[in-house]
Write a protein that binds this ligand. Sequence first.
Ligand code: 5GP
Length: 189
Amino acid sequence: MASTLQAIDLHTGLENILITEDALQARVSELGREIGAFYADRHPLLIGVLTGGFMFMADLSRSMAVPLRIDFMAVSSYGNATSTSGVVRILKDLDRSIEGRHILIVEDIIDSGLTLNYLIEVLRGRKPADVRIVALLKKKRDRPVAVEADWVGFEIPDAFVVGYGLDYAGKYRNLPFIAVCAPDLSETA
Ligand code: 5GP
């Protein structure tokens, strides 16, 4: 795939492509169709988690053939480090009340699961009709807490990945594929 090879040349610091653009697009479309069929006439409110989830949200929502609404939250759990701090802060809250609504949290990646569990707790406290979760990526690793996701795009190895919305130090979000960062990030990012 010429565009992918050119893109990786332009983005030093990447080790290898884990999920190609074609594989991502196919799986996200499949998820969109499946989740759309699940909701049918219960119009969901998709809540995207910024910033990493923006591209997944855009593609997933276009694949869901049901009337829906979209809102975003921004939370911080990382800074520039590549491991979880366990501290989650709401940086941007939802624009509207979610009481009585069917909520679908659209998450980029589940690592420790702390961010997602925190969000679920906060949103359930606001009395929605129900809360479901779709995560594009889920790392295969031991977790301090159990994580409930109703749909997962890909299970991936426990490595730090970038692309398709996900960054390292603000870079790589525009890559159309998911790649593993080179081990020595500080020299290459
Ligand atoms: P958790 O709370 O599950 O440990 O982390 C969730 C958040 O950490 C994700 O929403 C994402 O923003 C960030 N994160 C976790 N793993 C990775 C990764 O491999 N790459 C990037 N770019 N961000 C990650």
